[in-house]
Design a binder for this molecule. Structure first.
Ligand code: GDP
Length: 360
């Protein structure tokens, strides 16, 4: 499964947030694939559509999609040179599919800031610099090697070109993700080169409670990280929420003027940043969300349930959640002509409710 690596300077609230995440983790019993390791939090993706499907189909249980977060300790200034847990840090980040930086934006004189002052801009810069330096180091050995290989016709020239274009971006101090398509570096090739800054980034700003409803502050912080997505939360509040029953949690949220818990936002935005979407299946046994990549076809989607489903795919019976919701039952949706039969070239939409037909 794809995962999001959580990074941040020391004392920004990373452990507090991660502890809250693991308290919200799914039960391993329902997700046997999710080997629960101490630094991995597998959190459910809240999805009101499943509740409605369970009502329509009388499902005994609900299984939401999940998002995996990995706590990656050890970034400090100099990590790219092996400072602190530098090398371990870089190895961990290499395995993550997206990078989520927790940034301190709360005051509190009792909590020491490693750089002496609270400055989201500087902290983001510090971490970006370490990642950019790590990528430059990778290229320092890769470019001469690729030059030789291209001469010997062992490697396509595109890969060398991508490496050289990436170096230009990185030498400016930019991450490849922020530089985006204009940089002319094919993300697939950049990944092949093992470059870290090509991974999608997202940001969690750890704010004081007052800051949670401060729109002007949010805009200011969003501007620091655009086009990456930003989430605004208070890590201590999230940790408290994780301890409470639903009703009490709702009251606590209301008292600080927030509608959606930060961790739910983080799961939703993280899932999207990974380029993932869900389709749904429903029946008396369970209503369930399945994770696929955006752009996947019906047979690929079927393969997530079982590889035999992909191999033996015949067709899919598909209705959008909205149409099914409006119709109120599968039979009525069929009567209304809302249930389509789709073939092997059908590209899945988020929220498709599906039944696959297949040969075994
Ligand atoms: P980490 O080093 O990034 O993992 O940071 P921790 O989660 O250990 O937090 C460092 C210190 O900051 C601890 O004393 C936390 O209680 C405190 N802290 C974490 N989040 C917040 C917050 O949102 N507000 C305030 N005031 N303190 C926080």
């Amino acid at each position: 499964a794809l995962s999001i690596g959580i990074v941040g300077l020391p004392n920004v609230g990373k452990s507090t947030l991660f502890n809250a995440l693991t308290k919200n983790s799914v039960l391993a019993a329902n997700y046997p694939f999710a080997t629960i390791e101490p630094n991995v939090g597998v959190v459910p993706l809240k999805d009101a559509r499943l509740t409605r499907l369970a009502e329509i189909f009388g499902s005994a249980r609900i299984l939401p999609a999940t998002v995996s977060f990995v706590d990656i300790a050890g970034i400090v200034r100099g990590a790219s040179e092996g400072e602190g847990l530098g090398n371990k840090f870089l190895a961990n980040i290499r395995e993550a599919d997206a990078i989520c930086q927790v940034v301190r934006a709360f005051g509190d004189d009792d909590v020491v800031h490693v750089e002496g002052k609270v400055s989201p801009r500087d902290d983001i810069e510090t971490i970006n610099t370490e990642l950019v330096l790590a990528d430059l180091q990778t290229l320092e050995s890769a470019v001469p090697r690729l030059e030789k290989e291209v001469k010997g016709k062992k490697t396509p020239k595109e890969l060398l070109d991508a490496a050289v274009a990436a170096r230009t971006v990185l030498e400016r101090g930019d991450t490849l993700y922020a530089a985006g398509a204009e940089a002319g570096v094919d993300p697939v090739l950049a990944r092949q080169l093992g470059l870290l800054t090509t991974k999608p980034f997202l940001y969690v700003f750890n704010l004081d409670e007052d800051g949670l409803t401060d729109e002007a502050l949010h805009e200011e912080l969003a501007a620091l990280v655009a086009p990456a997505e930003a989430i605004y939360l208070n890590a201590k509040l999230e940790a408290d929420l994780a301890e409470l029953e639903d009703e009490e949690a709702r009251e606590l949220l209301e008292s600080v003027g927030v509608e959606e818990p930060g961790l739910e936002q983080l799961a939703r935005v993280g899932f999207d940043t990974l380029g993932l979407q869900t389709y749904l299946t429903a029946g008396p046994k369970e209503s369930r969300a399945w994770t696929i990549r955006k752009g996947w076809t019906a047979p690929q989607a079927a393969g997530v349930i079982h590889t035999d489903f992909e191999r033996g795919f015949i067709k899919a019976e598909v209705v959008s959640f909205e149409d099914l919701d409006a119709a109120g039952s599968m039979a009525k949706a069929k009567e209304a002509g809302r249930v389509r039969i789709e073939g092997k070239d059908y590209v899945m939409n988020d929220g498709d409710v599906v039944e696959f037909r297949f040969n075994v």
